[in-house]
Design a protein around this ligand. Structure first.
Ligand code: C2O
Ligand code: CU
Ligand code: CU
Length: 566
């Protein structure tokens, strides 16, 4: 499974093989067909060849035509094969060992809230366009919040009432969604809370969930991939009053790590195009961490907590360190685990988070690396979907005299996860192709699922397709009950809002819908591979009072089309 544990100097070997293949096939892509031309033309008979076959004239002409045809067909076949091999070879990206790590890691600034007269924490976010030096010396047109790219980190504590003023100064309508947040549907920032250009949207809610690494990003119907790729995204960190001794000095030993892959055109603009053979849409060949190219981080303490967010549109990462050291996973999407899990690898699909604590020794350097992820595809699809890629992401540079941190405790928190014993409803969701759930594409005016408030349900999600998908549910943190019938590994036992569902497999999760009802405004569930979400792999659910279930309409009155019709 871990290719880096095989062999004496496996990384070098892999790199060597890769370079060799690249050189042989990648640098001379058209040579096989060119070289084959003379051999193909010989049978047609050069003039000076002795003529043994004496066919009648029309017969000879036909034989020649057939031979020519055959030659042309073989030529096309050989050329197609060569192109195929060349494309296959070119499709793999491997930067392991090749990154300079010469830019200090950008730490998104903390956004300080104002306290209003009602004691609420008020945050101001302005979505804006601008240019950013993403690659050294090159300006790229980007979008951001309170800046030209990405956004500040928001922090709030359990019990806080937050108000967030989201001013949209972008040229397009968009939304801002609080991914992982338990909140009223009207504050969710999903496609129904569109903010027109020049307007401000000010949702408010009470933070009521455990400490966690959440994030915000745009969610306009059909355009989420585009708006996220342009750069609007940021972290939303929640704290609670459980005392857990893990590193928590933001930017010092508690480090945001937002992973996003980008592809650049020669003029520095972002290339949003995707390879037609990719099952996950657009894939970048450069990975930015918090928007930083080639980043390093100076480390002052012997334990570092990395809050990793896969903020990419479609890429799946399989994280570890270059020397395969173990690290401790302390939290997943929705917060801390009951106990840390020692791992060498943790895989993240788009939207997922992992908090890890890694130990470093004085004076050393170690690299956070993404190894080839396991995405359940055959060798061709895997190659074009990032399944063979490796990336060096971030170098940790330990100071010569590291301060000592208290060790990570063996017990972290008691989780507040849904109990499947309380569930009496099971729903099934079938993901098919790249755009459908239960046979249907997302329709803004259709409510797909109505659930009763303060109940627990089992949601069974099956990926019927040959494409990788994941499944994200708004408003909740769920418990993974099993994956293809197997109890989840320890690192997937914590609070989750997004779960990876490989091709032709099933995940069962327990979900509790609590506190908020609104028969008119839905939440979403969807694949978080953004090109799939935008293509329609998304559904809507409302949470209502139990006695409203039956009379509940399956239409959204908030859908703009209703206003036009009515
Ligand atoms: Cu992060 Cu509905 O999404
Ligand atoms: Cu979400
Ligand atoms: Cu998908």
């Amino acid at each position: 499974m871990d290719e880096v544990t095989i062999g004496v100097d496996p990384q070098a070997a892999v790199a060597e093989i890769h370079t060799a293949t690249c050189y042989r096939l990648g640098s001379t892509p058209v040579s096989p067909p060119v070289r084959s031309i003379p051999t193909m033309t010989t049978p047609t008979g050069p003039v000076n060849e002795p003529r043994r076959l004496r066919l009648p004239r029309p017969g000879r002409r036909w034989a020649r035509r057939l031979l020519l045809l055959g030659a042309a067909a073989s030529l096309i076949l050989v050329a197609a094969l060569a192109v195929g091999v060349w494309m296959y070879t070119q499709a793999r990206v491997d930067t392991a060992g090749d990154v300079a790590f010469d830019q200090p890691l950008h730490i998104p600034p903390l956004l300080e809230p104002q306290t209003d007269s009602d004691g609420r924490a008020v945050f101001d976010l302005q979505l804006q366009q601008g240019t950013t030096e993403l690659l050294p010396g090159i300006e790229t047109a980007t979008w951001g919040a309170n800046g030209s790219h990405l956004g500040p980190t928001l922090r709030a504590s359990r019990g806080d009432i937050v108000v967030i003023n989201v001013a949209n100064t972008l040229p397009e309508a968009t939304t801002l969604h609080w991914h992982g947040m338990h909140l009223p549907a009207a504050a969710d920032g999903n496609p129904h809370q569109l903010i027109p250009p020049g307007e401000t949207w000010s949702p408010t809610w009470t933070i009521d969930q455990p400490a966690a690494t959440l994030w915000y990003h745009p969610h306009p119907h059909g355009q989420t991939a585009d708006h996220v790729y342009r750069g609007v995204a940021g972290l939303f960190l929640l704290a609670d009053d459980q005392r857990v001794e893990v590193p928590d000095d933001y930017g010092i030993d508690d480090i945001p790590v937002i992973l996003q892959d980008k592809r650049f055109n020669d003029d520095g603009s972002l290339d949003a195009g995707d390879h037609f053979l990719s099952t996950v849409g657009q894939l970048g060949d450069e990975i930015l961490v918090n928007g930083t190219y080639s980043p390093y981080l100076d480390v002052e303490r012997d334990l570092v907590r990395l809050r990793v967010l896969n903020g990419s549109n479609g890429r799946i990462y399989n994280l570890g360190f270059d020397d395969d050291r173990t690290f401790e996973l302390i939290a997943t999407d929705g917060g801390l685990l009951e106990q840390p899990v020692a791992l060498r690898r943790v895989q993240l699909s788009p939207g997922e988070r992992a908090e890890v604590v890694v130990r470093v020794d004085s004076g050393e350097r170690t690299v956070l690396r993404s190894n080839s992820p396991d995405i359940g595809l055959d060798f061709v699809q895997r190659r074009f979907s990032g399944g063979d890629d490796r990336f060096d992401l971030l170098e940790l540079r330990a100071a010569d005299n590291l301060a000592e941190s208290p060790p990570v405790p063996n017990r972290l928190v008691s989780e507040e996860l849904p109990d499947s014993a309380e569930a009496d409803t099971t729903r099934t969701f079938e993901l098919s192709g790249r755009s459908r759930i239960n046979g249907e594409k997302m329709d803004m005016s259709r409510i797909d699922t109505v659930v009763a408030v303060d109940t627990t349900e089992i949601w069974e999600v099956t990926n019927r397709s040959g494409n990788p998908h994941n499944f994200h549910i708004h408003d909740v943190q769920f418990r993974i009950l099993n994956l293809d019938g197997n109890t989840p590994p320890p690192h997937l036992e914590g609070p989750k809002d997004t779960v990876f569902i490989p091709p032709r497999s099933t995940g069962r999760v327990a979900v509790r819908f609590a506190d908020y009802t609104n028969p008119d405004v839905p939440y979403m569930y969807h694949c978080h591979i953004l090109i799939h979400e935008d293509a329609g792999m998304m559904g809507q659910f409302t949470v209502v009072e139990p006695d409203e279930i039956d009379q509940e309409s399956r239409q959204t009155p908030t859908d703009p089309r209703h206003d036009h019709d009515g």
